[in-house]
Design a protein around this ligand. Structure first.
Ligand SMILES: Nc1nc2c(ncn2[C@@H]2O[C@H](COP(=O)(O)OP(=O)(O)OP(=O)(O)O)[C@@H](O)[C@H]2O)c(=O)[nH]1
Ligand SMILES: [Mg+2]
Ligand SMILES: [Zn+2]
Length: 311
């Protein structure tokens, strides 16, 4: 049996890097993670064991190591199926654009709570700053002040003009980094800036929808010449439902969790209870309105009530 790391999967085939060689593998038998149904039992970043077929040099994956973490999203709002974007990552870079396409705060926050649940550090990268007008630049500095105040590192980049890329490159040194975000925000363009030899496919955002068209179709892990590796992923539309009991959501909004220590009721949902320290903090400007609104939206999103997933 040989051990390796999954660098790409297309559904039926898994690329497994083992002793600096890539072996194409299939899954033998069934792999199930307790409690959740996933569209992909094995994801990029998984450590797996396989047996090599001598005839064609392909492999059969027979075992998978326990994951230290993973980033997961629901396939659709009403389905209980989940898709694992990547596993065993050291940090995530959420690539955000305020235009072409526009990333909403709701999307950012759903990503952050997913990562927070597994203690995955997130860097927020605001890309395409070269196209922002004065209004968007103002919005940008507001967002950065909101997220930095809570403790998230923010970066401003223009992959097109090579601005700010060295800064994020330095943070990737010797780490496994995931790049995520909507389609068309420039994930693959950023990867190409970081390592031009990779020469990944990128494409214009369509004018009609201002949305990307999923140029990258499979998540793939690349080794970086300076050490560490980077996982480029297909754009995600949204997270749909959140994968945690609703009462846990507030634990993953660090500033809401902190303020909630002073709520009158210890099972306060911070929606309508009297003596709620969270609502007070919002009124006083200590918790940002945009973050509180996202929190309320997640809790009251009717689709989330269908969520049955428990770990
Ligand atoms: N103006 C501007 N355009 C950029 C920037 N970064 C990327 N782009 C453009 O945005 C478009 C989409 O870039 P991609 O790198 O393909 O986006 P992606 O996030 O990988 O998209 P998917 O693979 O579909 O998820 C391309 O036309 C890029 O040239 C930037 O900083 N400024
Ligand atoms: Mg891409
Ligand atoms: Zn409260």
């Amino acid at each position: 049996m040989q051990k390796g790391i999954v660098t790409k999967s297309t559904g039926s085939w898994y690329w497994v890097k083992s002793q600096n060689k890539i072996v194409q593998c299939r899954i033998k038998g069934k792999f199930r993670i307790k409690g959740i149904t996933t569209t992909n039992p094995i994801a990029v970043g998984d450590i797996v064991y396989f047996e090599l077929n001598q005839e064609d040099q392909t492999g059969n994956i027979t075992k998978i190591d326990e994951r230290k973490n993973y980033i997961i999203r629901k396939s659709t709002n009403l389905s209980h199926e989940a898709h694992i974007i990547a596993a065993n990552i050291d940090q995530a870079f959420l690539i955000v654009t305020l235009a072409r396409p526009e990333t909403s705060v709701g999307f950012i926050d759903r990503f952050l709570i997913t990562a927070e649940a597994y203690h995955i550090p997130v860097h927020i990268v605001f890309n395409k700053i070269d196209i922002y007008d004065s209004e968007l630049l103002e919005k940008l500095s507001h967002y950065i002040s909101v997220y930095e105040k809570i403790g998230y590192k923010c970066h401003k980049t223009s992959a097109l003009e090579d601005v700010g890329i060295d800064e994020i490159k330095a943070i990737m040194d010797n780490k496994i980094s995931l790049l995520s975000g909507h389609s068309g925000v420039g994930k693959s363009t950023i990867v190409n800036r970081i390592d031009p030899f990779l020469n990944l496919k990128t494409a214009e955002v369509s004018d009609f929808h201002n949305k990307g068209v999923h140029t990258t179709t499979f998540a793939e892990m690349f080794d970086l010449v300076f050490g560490g590796s980077i996982i480029d992923t297909p754009g995600i539309k949204g997270f749909g439902t959140v994968d945690m009991p609703l009462e846990d959501v507030s634990h993953y909004f660090p500033e809401i969790f902190k303020a909630s220590e002073n709520c009158r009721f210890n099972n306060c949902t911070h929606l309508h209870e009297p003596g709620c320290a969270v609502k007070d903090a919002v009124k006083q400007g200590n918790i940002s309105e945009i973050r509180y609104t996202s929190y309320v939206n997640i809790l009251t999103d009717s689709n989330d009530k269908y969520r049955q997933v428990k770990y």
